[in-house]
Every structure is written in structure tokens, then in C-alpha cells.
Design a protein around this ligand. Structure first.
Ligand code: GAL
Length: 426
């Protein structure tokens, strides 16, 4: 009896020593005890599912006793998910953790409404103070607290194409919109749609890159900081360019299901180019089995070379999350090197962490990582970095109306009114 007790305490002492020595064991030991459910809410459904699936299966391996509920509401850039989330948050039935863009979408909505838990302790316990770029942590912070965990960095200002098709049509990717107009005439004459375009949010996505090209990185940032008016002549010039670009797009843009339907026009040889974020690289890889450079090509959206229009997907912890401990384990995985390097190579984004293993990433992503270090950074409008939801929720409709009316003066005045009301509401 005494001997077996001694053996048992020796075994326990050994286990404790191992757990104390390796942080990893601490996590596994704790995670094995987690049970119950975990509901993750996002818009990564359908074509956008593979990267999230990789992360969820890692979570299941680490937490075998937790039942994971993958609650997705399809619709690129969260057009539908955000409305469903709002109903749930306001109705007092939040998911355990949800996708939200770093920047104004997070801070200007759920943080100001006091619906989120600060994650300062998590950042401290995980040693994340130097893990992410300072500028990114700033986007996740307000009032001295950090409010979500970033999983990636996406680039919005890219133009995609199929190199073999361009060769066939005898054109090259244009570096400016003026070059595009020349190339577009040639394509049009050959019966090819020069620029594939999807529904309203993708039109705003295109428009923000036109704004960057017309105003430059500083001007674009100034516009959203209220230092430049929407009625400024330079902004009006951007609208004029945008109107001309629209004449080279497919006429059924508003009827397409989403950004990937427009991307399919490139693969099908119906259209030459598409301006879209680099989730398209993830789609080429996971859904089309195309390799960078040989299968698909990219360049900066015309006139935006040297500027990196960024956005970051992050997840937060809503107050009243039903499975708080399980959600914290999710957030830890999300911010970990292992989690980020499993997710991002499939997503087309680069890791938010500074120490990710780039050898796991495609040639495209490696080039994005280099640009992320060397380019001038601006925040995406469409993807929540630079403007609050009260603005981005309404601006796509103004652009759709502009596509019909072509009225630059009325539209820029309407945008200025929207910007004023948004600032007043802050
Ligand atoms: C963005 C999101 C990306 C991607 C894209 C298309 O808002 O940040 O991760 O999902 O929408 O849906």
C-alpha cells in the first residue's frame, strides 16, 4: 500500500514537472478537459470553406470532447452574415466567437456597444505583445484594450488573370487605368469582357482601388480621416474614371451570385481581368487547382503598385458567450503559429503573426508577404478597416445608383452627406 502510494505520488510529481516544463502539455492537458460545444460564426461557406475547415479540424484534434458547430452565413465580405450576427447579438444569443474585420468594423460596432470582452489577459498569457505588427494591434484596440485576435492579412488591391488566356488574346496586364482602357478596347473587339464584376459589395471593392489610384495612398487615407471632402475635384475625377471602367464590365454584374462567379468568368475564358482580394488566390488553389504564375496571374490593381490595401480577419469573444472556455481555446489556436500556418496557405492570405513559416506558402503569398513589408499600407473600405459599418453598410447602394445615373456631382454630395452622418454618429 505504502509503496503504491509512493509510486503514485512520484508519477504525479513527474506529470506536474512535464506540464510545468512544456507549455504545450499544459494546453493539451487543459484542452482534453474541455467539453460541451463551441459555435463559430463566419461567412466562410461554400467556396470559402477550406481554410476554415483546416482550422476547425485542428481544434477538434486538440479538443476531442468539444462539439464544434460551424455556423456560416454565405455571402462574400459578410454581406448577409453581418445582419444575422446583429440580430443574434441584440437578441442576447451571441455565438461563442465570430468573424469581424480588424479596424472600424470591430471598434465602431461591437466595442462601442459594449458587447465584447477585452482580450488583454489572453494577449498577455500567450505572449502576443510582440507577435503581431504594431499597426495591426492598434487596429484591434481602443480605450487601452485589445478586442479581437487577428488570423490573417489579406490584400484587397489586386488584379487577377489567366496568363494563357492573355497570351491567346495578345494582351498584358495593364499597370494603369489608362493602359487598361487601351487593352480593354482590344479585348472588347475580340468579344471578351475586359473586367469581370460581381454584385454590389464587389463593385465597392473595385471602386476603393480606383480611389487609391486617383488619390494616392495619402489622399485616400485623408479622405476617410475627414481631411479631404468627397466633393473634392480629385474624388470627382475618381468617379469619372470609375464610370468609364464600368463600361468595360459584364452587364449582369448585379445578378451574379458573388465574387467567385465573377472569378469563374476568368477561368472560363469569358473575361480577362478581375479586381479582387487575395482570397482569390486561395480559390484558385483549393477550388480550381491552379498554380500561381502558370495557372493564374496577378498584379497590383491598376495605378496602385507600391500600396498595400489591407484588411484583417479577426475573431472576438462576445460578452455572454455560452461556451467561454472553449471560445478562449479557439482564440488561442487562432493566434498560434500552428493555427495561422494551417489556415493562411489555403486562404490566400498571409499570417498576421510576424514569425510564420513562409516555406509553407505559395509563390503568390510569398510575394504578398514581401509587399506587406515594403509597401505603403492603407486600410480597406469594403472590408471594415477604415470606415465603420454605418458607412460601408450604405455606400455600396450609392455606387450601384451611380452606375445607373452617372451623376458625379449628386453622388459625391451624397457620399459627403453619408460621411458627415457617420462622423456625427460616432
Ligand atoms: C472579406 C474577408 C475575406 C473573404 C472575403 C470574401 O471581407 O475578409 O476573408 O472572406 O471577404 O468573402
Amino acid at each position: 500500500m505504502r509503496t503504491s502510494k509512493r509510486i503514485l505520488s512520484a508519477v504525479i510529481a513527474l506529470m506536474l514537472a512535464v506540464i510545468a516544463l512544456t507549455g504545450q502539455s499544459t494546453v493539451s492537458a487543459r484542452n482534453a478537459q474541455l467539453s460541451g460545444k463551441l459555435e463559430i460564426f463566419s461567412w466562410w461557406a461554400g467556396d470559402e470553406a477550406p481554410a476554415l475547415d483546416a482550422l476547425l479540424s485542428l481544434y477538434k484534434t486538440q479538443n476531442p470532447n468539444v462539439e464544434v458547430i460551424n455556423a456560416t452565413v454565405a455571402g462574400g465580405s459578410g454581406v448577409n452574415a453581418k445582419a444575422v450576427l446583429k440580430t443574434r447579438m441584440l437578441g442576447g444569443t451571441p455565438p461563442d466567437s465570430f468573424q469581424v474585420h480588424a479596424g472600424q468594423e470591430l471598434i465602431g460596432t461591437w466595442v462601442v456597444a459594449d458587447r465584447m470582452e477585452p482580450l488583454d489577459d489572453l494577449f498577455k498569457s500567450e505572449g502576443w505583445d510582440k507577435t503581431f505588427p504594431e499597426g495591426l494591434t492598434a487596429l484591434l484596440s481602443s480605450d487601452g484594450h485589445i478586442w479581437s485576435v487577428p488570423v490573417n492579412i489579406h490584400r484587397a488591391n489586386l488584379m487577377w488573370f489567366i496568363p494563357d488566356n492573355l497570351k491567346k488574346w495578345g494582351v498584358e496586364a495593364p499597370k494603369t487605368w489608362d493602359e487598361f482602357f487601351v487593352v480593354a478596347e482590344k479585348l472588347k473587339a475580340a468579344g471578351v469582357t475586359p473586367l469581370a464584376l460581381g454584385p454590389a459589395w464587389t463593385q465597392q471593392h473595385l471602386f476603393e482601388t480606383v480611389l487609391i489610384s486617383s488619390l494616392g495612398a495619402q489622399g485616400y487615407t485623408d479622405l476617410f480621416a475627414g481631411k479631404m471632402k468627397w466633393t473634392d475635384d480629385k474624388v470627382k475625377a475618381a468617379f469619372t474614371t470609375y464610370a468609364k471602367i464600368l463600361t468595360y464590365t459584364n452587364t449582369d454584374a448585379n445578378a451574379l451570385s458573388d465574387w467567385d462567379a465573377a472569378a469563374a468568368m476568368l477561368v472560363d475564358g469569358k473575361a480577362a481581368f478581375q479586381v479582387m482580394g487575395d482570397w482569390e488566390a486561395g480559390w484558385f488553389l483549393t477550388k480550381q487547382k491552379l498554380e500561381p504564375n502558370t495557372g493564374y496571374g496577378w498584379s497590383a490593381a491598376p495605378g496602385t503598385e507600391g500600396t498595400f490595401d489591407m484588411l484583417s480577419d479577426s475573431f472576438g469573444l462576445p460578452k455572454g458567450a455560452p461556451d467561454r472556455d472553449n471560445a478562449l481555446a479557439w482564440l488561442k489556436l487562432l493566434g498560434s503559429k500552428e493555427g495561422q500556418d494551417a489556415f493562411n496557405p489555403l486562404k490566400g492570405s498571409i499570417a498576421a503573426r510576424l514569425d510564420s513559416d513562409l516555406s509553407l506558402y505559395s509563390v503568390y503569398s510569398q510575394s504578398a508577404a514581401a509587399d506587406w513589408k515594403s509597401n505603403v499600407i492603407v486600410g480597406s473600405l469594403t472590408h471594415g478597416a477604415i470606415a465603420p459599418e454605418s458607412f460601408t453598410g450604405k455606400s455600396p447602394d450609392l455606387l450601384v445608383a451611380f452606375a445607373q445615373s452617372g451623376d458625379v456631382d449628386a453622388t459625391t454630395a451624397a457620399f459627403q452627406e453619408l460621411a458627415d452622418s457617420t462622423t456625427a454618429a460616432k
